[in-house]
Design a binder for this molecule. Structure first.
Ligand code: NAP
Length: 317
């Protein structure tokens, strides 16, 4: 974990496009740790630009995306996955030769396919995914500690200039993250099971509870401590972001859902036939996984009773 203030900065001019939870957290940490000499903010929304000016974590709030990327050495796209292609098309012709484009999209294969065609030969492309987040959105939700001791996965295309990859790696290390490199396809498979399918399950169970007729809504809320409350936190995640994730990581999610359904059918059989040993054996194995996550510092063992403050983060998105 890198705690030091970067001296000199990792990049001179950083442009962040999309100042929501992730973009504003990057701006804050870049400012706080001196990762960039100048932090430029670009966002499609008047209201967001206005709020970023008020919050004061960017040196420049650009009036449009094209002026935001002018002369930038590193451009990080922090918009929803479904908007990456349109943003790349808009800024592509205005990028400085030799500059680096990166992103933070939760899906990598589709983002690479959508962005790459809009970048000139002299522009480097190093896609990234910081595996850190909360269920909150917008520029007020960001905080500079979000990435500390979290993983950031880079998926550089084969043959990408090593210096460009090293710069993005240094940037994320400077933000406090551990960095790992893999292919976009492998990233999408790993995240399908660690993040995307769990979110789908949460959306589904909260939706099912909302539709129940025999149990009232007030009972669902009143007795939510019985496990349901943890699902509601995940199911409160941003609808635009998650719609885009499922539409853009379709194959990997469907593959993992197929396996999930088979395992669920096996559990159903154990309950039907009273196979207590089978249930006990599975629950013992899953408990060990939780312990493993705590041991590597990706979660704490302390109970939070669902009352973490706005800075309380969840491990993976
Ligand atoms: P967010 O809080 O909703 O912020 C997205 C920002 O992008 C908003 O300010 C939005 O403005 C702006 N925007 C949307 N479309 C745009 C466009 N076409 N041009 C310019 N600006 C545009 O979202 P977020 O949670 O930071 O997520 C951003 C990215 O990070 C996504 O790709 C997501 O997959 C990835 N990610 C998220 C998490 C997480 O936990 N949230 C974790 C890791 C990675 P409006 O509000 O006006 O639309």
């Amino acid at each position: 974990m890198a705690e030091a203030i970067a001296n000199p900065p990792v990049v001179e001019r950083l442009a962040i496009i999309g100042l929501g939870l992730i973009g504003s957290s990057i701006a804050r940490v870049a400012r706080e740790r001196g990762l960039a000499r100048t932090v430029v903010a670009g966002d499609g929304s008047d209201a967001v630009r206005q709020r970023v000016s008020e919050l004061g974590f960017a040196d420049v709030v650009a009036p449009d995306l094209v002026s935001a990327v002018k002369d930038a050495d590193l451009v990080i796209l922090c918009v929803p996955v479904g908007a990456m292609g349109a943003v790349a098309a808009e800024i592509g012709p205005h990028l400085k030769p030799g500059s680096i484009v990166s992103d933070v999209g939760s899906v990598k294969g589709s983002v690479v396919a959508a962005v790459q065609p809009h970048l000139a030969a002299g522009v480097h492309f190093v896609p990234a995914h910081p595996v850190a987040g909360t269920e909150h959105s917008g520029p007020d939700a960001g905080f500079s500690e979000l990435f500390i001791n979290r993983w950031c996965i880079l998926t550089p295309p084969e043959g990408q200039a090593l210096e460009a990859v090293a710069t993005v790696q240094a940037f994320w290390a400077g933000a406090g993250s551990n960095v790992e490199i893999m292919t976009p396809q492998h990233h999408d498979l790993v995240l399908a099971i660690t993040s995307h399918v769990p979110h789908l399950i949460a959306y589904n169970i909260v939706g099912t509870a909302a539709d129940l007729e025999e149990v009232t809504q007030s009972e669902v809320i009143k007795f939510s401590a019985g496990g349901f409350r943890d699902f509601t936190r995940i199911a409160a995640s941003d609808p635009t972001m998650w719609r885009d994730i499922f539409l853009h990581n379709k194959e990997a999610v469907l593959e993992m859902l197929g396996r999930f359904n088979e395992d669920l059918a096996a559990l159903q059989r154990m309950i039907r036939w009273g196979d207590g040993d089978g249930l006990f054996e599975l629950f013992t194995r899953t408990r060990a996984i939780r312990r493993g996550i705590i041991q590597v510092g990706q979660e704490t063992a302390s109970p939070d009773f669902g009352r973490r403050g706005p800075a309380g983060d969840k491990p993976a998105q």
